[in-house]
Design a protein around this ligand. Sequence first.
Ligand code: FAE
Length: 528
Amino acid sequence: MAALQTAATLGFTRVGLQSAHAVEPAAVESAPAIVIGSGYGGAVAALRLGQAGIRTVVLEMGRLWNTTGSDGKVFCTTTAPDQRSMWFRTRTEAPLATFLWLDLVNRDITPYPGALDRVHYDAMSVYVGRGVGGGSLVNGGMAVTPLQSYFAELFPTVDVNEMYGTWFPRARAMLGVNSVDPAWFESTEWYQFTRTSRKAATAAGLKTTFVPNVYDFGYMQREAAGTATKSALAGEVIYGNNYGKRSLDKTYLAAALGTGNVTVHSLEKVRAISRAGDGSYVLTADRIDNTGKVVETKSYGCTYLFLGGGSLGTSELLVRARDTGTLPDLNANVGAGWGTNGNTMVGRANHVWDTVGANQATMPVMGIDDWANAGNPVFAEIAPLPMGIEHWVSMYLAITKNPQRAKFTYDSASGAVRLGWTAAQSAVSVAMAKKLFDRINSANATIYRYDLFGSTSKVFADDFTYHPLGGCVLGKATDDYGRVKGYSKLYITDGSLVPGSTGVNPFVTITALAERIMARVLAEDIAP
Ligand code: FAE
């Protein structure tokens, strides 16, 4: 007894407890500003805070992708994926599961904090990027500015002239947006697949349009010439590009670190947010190792909190905070207004003389633009299917104007946040995509492919999206500048602000909105 008392007096009991429970919160680490997540919304917030001289900590659950594996590369290939491919999986879960119904694509892997995650909800699964740079590490780089009239419809309270005059141009410049050289596009084998899809769309009286990208097309031309190491021309995309792509770690985040005011903590997942008596925010974050084990639970404090965890990450954190009572004044719009951007994937079989080429660049550069068709608005990206063989398949990612929206809800029994999206809601996207591609098939006397998405008769991939949007919609869960209603000094800057749809690929919209928010918040809310 005496010995125990002595030990306790000396503080040994606490030391003993800490080693037995390594996840006990350590002392609070504080910073004036914290940003959760390092995708588009988080990266813009970090840069603008850093430039304003505000010491900022970014907490990112994924890895910092800056070390090479045994193959000398940072990211693994798509054709031979290893542990670096996916977020804690024993087998990869690629979007195109099969070819001729054979599972030729997926591989067994060791669980590891890989770059691509597929988050499964009841009737919808969502692909997201994990790592410093978020979705920019794994996406197709298509950098599309939405139609001004549609943006105005989605965001009636936002000044569209200011958006299109200031914030969209700023976002494009910062992201390093560029376009394929049209002459090279017309002549290279690497975009034969796109030219074949354009021909089929034109035959149906449909309009096609070039779309810009953040992949460096100068680099791509050098890849084709054999003077640069291949990346987009080596099938790299969904598990990361080793070269050529201007992902956020090379643009916004590099600039943010360059201010000297921003620190990024990787492999730290925020799991709870609450508020201290003085109005500052308190975060609980789990630091994990490469096996996923929680090696430390950290406690952070900040005056200004910016949420950039993406549509899923931010919505889940805030729904949980509201419904577990740690931020009880969040309103009922938190968790609402979620959509898939109308995503549906589909493949068509071409005639034998309409080849798509064995060699395909992974960066899409063209879309079929039928958004002006009021009866059935669809924008369909012409997507690659690089298999190293001629397979005559034309792939598309259709973005449809699906008006369906869903909610995130907190399940107190399991502690999980669920998404109420249903299969019937996906069927609306499929019906719209089908109308467009039936037109193309009928004009070209071609058919769909039935062998690409697993089951024997599945034509349209209706169970996943690359474009999760909404959950904390601008003007509803927040004011018109991302300030969360019910709380001061709490902001959202990511895709959860976008009401379920942008009509095009979303990251330019997310970046431009974040720029607009940060300019206003820094000018009005944060003392220099
Ligand atoms: P995001 O980029 O997802 O960043 C959120 C970050 O927060 C991630 O790094 C998370 O790991 C991290 N995070 C989340 N929760 C927590 C937490 N609790 N604690 C710590 N960290 C957390 O969000 N869009 C285009 O415009 N063009 C394309 O060509 C395109 N292709 C795509 C292809 C694929 C395969 C995928 C998956 C997406 C694609 N997208 C594309 C979508 C685009 O990447 C996406 O809209 C943006 O990345 C969303 O940006 P956010 O800032 O909202």
